[in-house]
Design a protein around this ligand. Sequence first.
Ligand code: BG6
Ligand code: MG
Length: 213
Amino acid sequence: MKYNAVIFDLDGVIVCTDECHYKGWKQLADDEGIYFDKEINQRQRGVSRMESLEILLERAEKEYSSEEKNEMAERKNNYYKEFIKSLTPADILPGVIDFCEELKKNGVKIAIGSSSKNTPGILKGIGLDTYFDAVADGNQITHSKPDPEVFLLAAKLINEPAENCLVVEDAEAGVAAAKAGGMDVLGLGNAVKDTDATYKAENLAKFDISLIK
Ligand code: BG6
Ligand code: MG
């Protein structure tokens, strides 16, 4: 195969948690009387919780203190955790398992590179907590995407130089992060249409794996 390892983003690539993130932020915005919509939510993809809150607060009519911001981020996370409580293996996105099994069969390592601090709980919920060779997530990094830190950490955990890794991403910030880390990227879905991802597909089920063989 063309790559020794594939590093997957989690939200929107492995599992469809994006609607849960949207609903959590929407509930918080409604509590606070702040305008929020799906277009604003697109910009939060791949970005850390606190940075996502700052994006939401661009439309706020008052200034919030850092204590208030911490409370709001926690409140959103509590709403979000309620929504993701019911995740099961049925929520794994189309093509993920077939793609990973094909990689494993060919000796390609697989890892997670996600900005989310909820990564361990989500992987457990969908039954994939021991499936990957390494997991790098929001609990281990200080700079979130578009900074490449989480992907470089994932590559380090599986002992592969960046140029041997392919990243799979659904967010603009994630594609930029992979590129900044010197990695090729497979971009999935609408949000990456205008990026310079190496390959693009609607989802993993629609990706022609022979392109990386
Ligand atoms: C990313 C999501 O994977 O994780 C973002 O795409 C989210 O939308 C970020 O803000 C942080 O997630 P969490 O679970 O730590 O709040
Ligand atoms: Mg994502």
